[in-house]
Design a protein around this ligand. Sequence first.
Ligand code: NI
Length: 183
Amino acid sequence: MIYPVTVFGDPVLRKKAVPITEDFKDLKGFIENMFETMYTSDGVGLAAPQVGQSVRIFVLDTTTDEEDEPAGIKRAFINPEIVEKYGDEWSMNEGCLSVPEIREDVLRPESVVLKYHDENLVEHEETFNGFTARVIQHEYDHLEGIMFVDYLNPLKKRILKSKLLAISKGKVIPKYRIKIPGK
Ligand code: NI
C-alpha cells in the first residue's frame, strides 16, 4: 500500500515522534508500505512522520549507486538513537519528499553511531559512514521534527519562503501522491 506523503507545513512533520511499542499494530506491514511508498516516490529514505505517523521509524535504501564507497544498505530503523556523530562535515545537495522541487546544500558529519532495533525488534549498535550516514541523519531529523531547510542560512531561507509557502498550500504537485496540509 502506498501512503500519501506529508509535506512542508503539515504539523506532523514538526512533532517529536514517539517510540514504537510492542503493541504497535502490524509493524512489518507498516514497514513494507513505507518501503513501497519510498520506492514509488524515488526516495532513498522515508521517515514515519512523512506518511502521517508520529512514531520513531525510518527506512532507507542507499544501495542504488553501486559505485558508492562504503556500499549502501537497505534497512528499517526502529527507535533509533544517535550515540555519536563524528568526522569532517561535508556538503551535499539534499532533497526531501516532503519538500518537493527544492534541493539545497547541507553540511553533515561523515559518520554516525546509531543504536536501533531492526524489524524483528533485535537491538543493534552500528557505525555508518558517507552517504548512508547522511541519509540516516536526514531521516533521524524527521523524528525530531527537523527538516533539512532548517539548516539553511537566513538569506537562503528568505529566498525559499514563497516556494515553501506554495508547497504548504498544495500548489506544488510532485509525481507522487501527497497529503496537502489541513486537507
Ligand atoms: Ni526528508
